[in-house]
Design a protein around this ligand. Structure first.
Ligand code: NAD
Length: 501
């Protein structure tokens, strides 16, 4: 056990409260829930358990800040300055953020550091976007000019999952605030810690009271109340596809606009002519980084028959050599899974996989880590398309490999699940790369690359992986009401009803 003992971060917050109208707040009814770290699974703190009464307070504050406050009326440049200050505030706390995130989620520290920098970049990027926003205008002959305006939609509800929590929270906060909305963030109940730094970051940057509100709580209580609230016209949700369906149903009551970033089971298609070593690197990184708790994980590797055995062997050897260890150790590549419940679910899939396919690496708790939610990186070969481990999102360090013969078969296999988030294609034949990329039904495809994102590009899934796109100007559009204004600049003929000669 000595090897996995983790020192608790100094000054670890143990009483995590809401932040409403510029002030910390307990729940109206005083309720709390416990939160534990994934290495010891010991409770380190209690979190305010919000419900409808707390959401009502937060929505009222956000609505006041939207209706009467300066935020939606600031010029883009003024808002951008504040967003850049938020980014500064994140950067000066980057090490603390990474430390808290690693402790709370089990993410390896080196990867948590990357997330903190990405979080700051989210704010810098959307600060740039709003000052450089291109608006639509149309000239209709010499009679009319039509132009479109974007106005902030109002109070936005932001509901986030437990994987890479701070990065995903800021991925929603940055564009919603940039657009001029006021917001209520509901972080995931298993990873509330890093969000506790947001109130001071926002206050220091000069975000007015009521613009940023944070309500912790259980999804079915705080989250559901936020979704049902009639004064919240936008819900941006990232999480499981099933939860997304529930949220869409509730949102229909108030005809809310929703953005849904959901689950995935993304294929990595490797043709025989691919750069073998780079494809192996990408397949290993794609599924084992972020502990495999990654929506865009390449969890199904489809390999052309000519190189299949060699590829399986290489993947298994690399998986066996991946360093699983304490998340705070800089040498660790795979840390601890978020929660015992999720760990049990992933282990259940490993058992299912042992019945459905051929286990070639992992499949057990690492011998040197006797406690905590640790799993050896696990590789199954000869996975058939009707197998549950081929069809269902496992969300852990588990990958299945399936052989194919032809390009047509590769495409058919790639599209043979309900999901459509990401896809990866490896081939030296660029024409084939483009062809397959277009045929793979997913919101994003990378050719000869692992998941490297430019924030300007659309981000989102199709099929059961999402509704709508975020990223770049797509995010600004989502948090805005887009309206058209038509101006007559010449003598426009109007039919003269009731004025007959
Ligand atoms: P989850 O759906 O269980 O929970 C996500 C959030 O929704 C949490 O904050 C939770 O409290 C809240 N919630 C739960 N029930 C709710 C309800 N009835 N009403 C309102 N809110 C509710 O998901 P999770 O287990 O936290 O996250 C893992 C999932 O997220 C995986 O499926 C993963 O693929 C997906 N994900 C998708 C993306 C993407 O961009 N597509 C990114 C990251 C994670």
């Amino acid at each position: 056990m000595a090897e996995q003992a983790v020192p608790r971060p100094v000054d670890l917050p143990s009483d995590l409260r809401h932040f409403i109208d510029g002030k910390p707040a307990s729940s109206v009814d005083g309720a709390t829930f416990p939160v534990a770290d994934p290495v010891t699974n010991e409770v380190y703190g209690r979190v305010a358990a919000g419900d409808a009464a707390d959401i009502d307070l937060a929505v009222a504050a956000a609505k006041r800040a939207f209706t009467d406050g300066p935020w939606p009326r600031l010029s883009a440049r003024e808002r951008a300055k504040i967003l850049n200050k938020i980014a500064d505030g994140i950067e000066v706390r980057a090490e603390r953020l990474a430390e808290l995130e690693t402790f709370d989620t089990g993410l390896p520290i080196t990867q948590a550091r990357g997330q903190a920098h990405r979080a700051a970049e989210n704010f810098r990027y959307f600060a740039d976007v709003i000052v450089a926003l291109h608006e639509e205008a149309y000239i209709v002959g010499d009679k009319q000019v039509n132009y479109a305006i974007r106005q902030p939609a109002g109070v936005a509800g932001l509901i986030t999952p437990w994987n890479t929590p701070f990065m995903l929270e800021t991925w929603k906060l940055a564009p919603s605030l940039a657009s001029g909305c006021t917001v209520i963030l509901k972080p995931a109940e298993w990873s509330p810690l890093s969000a506790s730094l947001l109130p001071e970051i926002m206050a220091e940057a000069g975000v007015p009271d009521g613009v940023f509100n944070l309500v912790h709580g259980i999804g079915e209580q705080a989250g559901a109340a936020l979704v049902a609230h009639p004064d919240v016209p936008r819900i941006s949700f990232t999480g499981e596809s099933g939860t997304g369906q529930i949220i869409m149903r509730t949102s229909a009551e108030n005809l809310k606009e929703v953005s849904m970033e959901l689950g995935g089971k993304s294929p990595c298609v490797v043709f025989a002519d691919a750069d073998f070593d780079r494809a192996v690197d990408a397949a290993v990184f794609g599924v084992f980084s972020l502990n495999g708790e990654r929506c865009t994980a390449s969890s199904r590797v489809l390999v052309q028959r000519e190189i299949y055995d060699r590829f399986v062997e290489a993947l298994a050897a690399r998986a066996a050599a991946v360093k699983v260890g304490p998340p705070a150790d800089p040498a660790t590549e795979v840390g601890a899974l978020i929660h015992p419940e999720h760990y049990a679910r992933v282990l259940e899939y490993v058992e299912i996989g042992k019945r459905e396919a051929r286990l070639v690496a992992g499949g057990e708790r690492p011998a040197h880590l006797t406690e905590g939610n640790f799993l050896q990186p696990t590789v199954f070969a000869d996975v058939r398309p009707d197998a549950r481990i081929f069809q269902e999102e496992i969300f852990g360090p588990v990958v299945g490999v399936t052989p194919f013969d032809t390009e047509e078969e590769a495409i058919e296999l790639a599209n043979a699940t309900k999901y459509g988030l990401a896809g990866y294609v490896w081939t030296k034949d660029l024409q084939r790369g483009h062809r397959v990329a277009r045929a793979v039904q997913s919101g994003m495809v990378w050719i000869n690359s692992h998941n490297v994102r430019d924030l300007r590009t659309p981000f989102g899934g199709i099929k059961a992986s999402g509704v709508g796109q975020e990223g770049g100007v797509h995010s600004i559009d989502f948090y805005s009401d887009v309206r058209a204004i038509h101006v007559a600049v010449g003598d426009l003929h109007t039919p003269q009803f009731g004025k007959q000669a």
